[in-house]
Ligand binder design. Structure first.
Ligand code: BG6
Length: 501
C-alpha cells in the first residue's frame, strides 16, 4: 500500500475511460485496502455535475463494470466520500483555480503533503492545453528534486499521431514536467502475463541459453480480437490498427521478448534495455513494403455464429473508408542476439478468436535418425506464451506414441495461471495506477521509447496514407484469420501463422 497521501486528478472525468477503467480500478484497490492514506479523487470535466451526481454516476460505472470486484456497499461508501467533481472548461482559468483551492484546503486541514497525480483521460487533442495550463496556474510542484512533495502526470495513449506529433507532445510536456514525473501508460505493460515474460526469461536458468538466433527459428506476436470497433468509429477512423495496436502494444511485447537482461528491476535499467531493442529494429524500406507488410479491413461476416457488419458499415465510419483494421508485419532486430531471426507481428479486429500470444518457434533438430514414414514428419518445438485469454505458457515437443514402433507425435506441457494460482490477476490499470502512486516508472513508457516506436512505423504510415490499399478493402471477412496476403507473407518464408483452433 502506498504510504504517501495523494490527490488523484482526472481530466476527462465524465468520459469513457474513467467509467470503464479508472474508477473500477480505484474501487478494486479500495476493496484490497491498497489506496494511500487521505486519498482523494478530483474529477475535472466540462459535463455539468456536482460531487453527488458524480458519485452516483461512478457507482453505476462500478456496478456495471465486469472488471470491478463484486459490489460491496460498505467499501463503496468509504470510497465514494473521496470523490469530488469540478465542472470546468480546460481552457478557462476558473476550473484550475477551484482545483487548487479544494486541494490546498484539504491538505491543510489534514496536515498532509500536497502530492498530486494528474491523469489525462481526455481526448488527446486536449493534452498539450491541459499540461500548459497546469504549468501556467502553478499547479505543478516547481522543485521536484526537493522530495518533500511530488507531482506526477499519467498520459494515456494515443501518445501522438506520428513521430512528429509525439516529439511535439513530449516537448510540451517537458516544458512543465521533468521526464521522471511523466508516466506514459500502455496497459499491456500492466498485464501480469507480460510482466511474467521477464520472470520466465530471467528467473530460470534453462531459458536464457537458448533465447537467441542459434536456437530460435522465428517469433510470432499476435494480438487478435473478435471485437469490431464498437462505438469508437470516430477515433478509429483517425487511428487504424497500426497506430492503435502495433506502435504501442505489439512493440512493447517485442521489446520484452528481445531485451537484454537489465542490471536491476527498476525504471531506468529496464527501459534502457527495451529502448535498445527498438533502436536495433531494421528500418522499414518503403521500396519493399509489399514483402514485409500487409493491411486489411474486415467486411461482413460471422462471429460466434452471429452475423456482424463490415467495418465500413460501423457507426461513425466513412462508408468508403480505407482505414486498416488488420496489420501483419515482418521485422528484424539487428543485434548480436537476434540478427536474421524474423519477427512476425500481427493484430486485427473481428478475427476468428480473441488471442494475444507470443509464439517462439525453435529450429529443427539437425539430424533425424528415426526412420519415420513420410506422413510422420516431426514438428519443431514451440513455446507459446498466452497473454490472454487462458493465460499461461505451453511448450510443444515431440514424444513417442506408446506401441512397438517408433512413432512420434507433438504433445504439450502446459502452465495455466488460473489452475496454478487460483486467483484472478489484478487488472492492468490497478497495477499501473498503484505504481504511479508509489513512483515506480518501470512499467511506463519513456519519451525515447515512444519516439523510437513511432520512427519504426513512420515509413509505413507515410506510404499507407498516401496510397489506396494494394488490394481493395474489405479484404477479409469478419470471423476469419485476416487477409490471404498475410498468410502469403509468412508462407513465402516457408512458415505459417500459429492460429488457435
Ligand atoms: C486498446 C485499443 O489499446 O487495446 C483497442 O485501443 C483494443 O482497440 C485494446 O481493443 C485491446 O486490449 P486487450 O487488453 O483486450 O488486448
Amino acid at each position: 500500500r502506498p504510504e504517501e497521501p495523494c490527490s488523484f486528478i482526472i481530466f476527462g472525468a465524465s468520459g469513457d475511460l474513467t467509467h470503464r477503467k479508472l474508477i473500477p480500478a480505484l474501487y478494486n484497490l479500495a476493496c484490497d485496502n491498497l489506496l494511500p492514506p487521505e486519498f482523494q479523487v478530483y474529477g475535472f470535466a466540462i459535463t455539468p455535475m456536482n460531487d453527488e451526481s458524480f458519485r452516483k454516476d461512478m457507482e453505476e460505472a462500478v456496478r456495471n463494470s465486469n472488471e470491478a470486484s463484486p459490489f460491496d456497499l460498505r467499501v463503496w461508501h468509504g470510497f465514494a466520500k473521496r470523490l469530488h467533481y469540478i465542472t470546468a472548461d480546460f481552457e478557462a482559468p476558473e476550473g484550475y483555480k477551484q482545483l487548487q483551492e479544494k486541494i490546498t484546503a484539504y491538505v491543510k486541514e489534514k496536515n498532509v503533503p500536497d502530492n498530486r497525480l494528474y491523469y489525462l483521460a481526455t481526448s488527446p487533442s486536449f493534452y498539450e492545453l491541459i499540461v500548459s495550463k497546469l504549468g501556467e496556474h502553478g499547479l505543478v510542484t516547481p522543485d521536484y528534486a526537493s522530495g518533500t512533495q511530488w507531482t506526477r502526470i499519467v498520459v494515456e495513449k494515443p501518445f501522438g499521431h506520428d513521430l512528429h506529433s509525439a516529439q511535439a507532445l513530449n516537448a510540451s510536456i517537458h516544458k512543465v514536467f521533468k521526464e521522471e514525473q511523466v508516466y506514459r501508460i500502455d496497459h499491456y505493460l500492466g498485464k501480469e502475463t507480460v510482466q511474467n515474460i521477464l520472470a520466465f526469461r530471467f528467473a530460470n536458468s534453462i531459458i536464457e541459453p537458448i533465447w537467441n538466433r542459434r536456437y530460435i527459428d522465428h517469433v510470432q506476436i499476435t494480438a487478435a480480437e473478435t471485437l469490431g470497433v464498437e462505438h469508437r468509429g470516430a477515433y478509429y477512423e483517425k487511428a487504424g490498427c497500426l497506430r492503435d495496436m502495433v506502435q504501442n502494444h505489439l512493440f512493447q511485447l517485442l521489446s520484452v521478448i528481445c531485451m537484454e537482461p537489465p542490471v536491476r528491476y527498476e525504471g531506468t535499467s529496464l527501459r534502457d534495455r527495451k529502448a535498445d531493442v527498438l533502436r536495433a529494429v531494421v528500418p522499414i524500406n518503403p521500396e519493399n513494403l509489399a514483402d514485409i507488410a500487409v493491411r486489411g479491413q474486415y467486411g461482413p461476416g460471422f462471429i460466434n455464429g452471429q452475423p456482424v457488419v463490415g467495418y465500413r458499415q460501423e457507426p461513425n465510419v466513412n462508408p468508403q473508408s480505407n482505414v486498416e483494421t488488420y496489420v501483419a508485419l515482418k521485422l528484424f532486430v539487428d543485434n548480436w542476439r537476434w540478427a536474421d531471426v524474423p519477427f512476425y507481428l500481427r493484430s486485427g479486429k473481428r478475427l476468428a478468436a480473441k488471442c494475444t500470444e507470443v509464439v517462439i518457434q525453435f529450429k529443427r533438430v539437425p539430424h533425424l535418425f528415426f526412420q519415420l514414414s513420410t506422413e510422420d514428419q516431426i514438428e519443431p518445438n514451440l513455446l507459446i506464451i498466452r497473454i490472454a485469454p487462458d493465460e499461461g505458457i505451453a511448450l510443444r515437443f515431440e514424444a513417442k506414441v506408446p506401441g512397438p514402433d517408433m512413432v512420434l507425435r507433438s504433445v504439450q506441457m502446459n502452465f495455466s495461471y488460473s489452475e496454478t494460482f487460483k486467483v484472478s490477476p489484478a487488472t492492468a490499470y490497478e497495477t499501473l495506477l498503484l505504481d504511479a502512486m508509489i513512483g515506480d516508472t518501470t512499467l511506463f513508457n519513456r519519451a525515447d521509447q515512444v519516439e523510437l516506436s513511432w520512427a519504426i512505423i513512420e515509413p509505413l504510415l507515410e506510404v499507407w496514407s498516401a496510397t489506396r490499399p494494394f488490394q481493395p478493402f474489405p479484404n477479409y471477412a469478419a470471423g476469419t484469420w485476416g487477409p490471404a496476403a498475410a498468410d502469403a507473407l509468412i508462407a513465402r518464408d516457408g512458415r505459417a501463422w500459429h492460429n488457435v483452433p
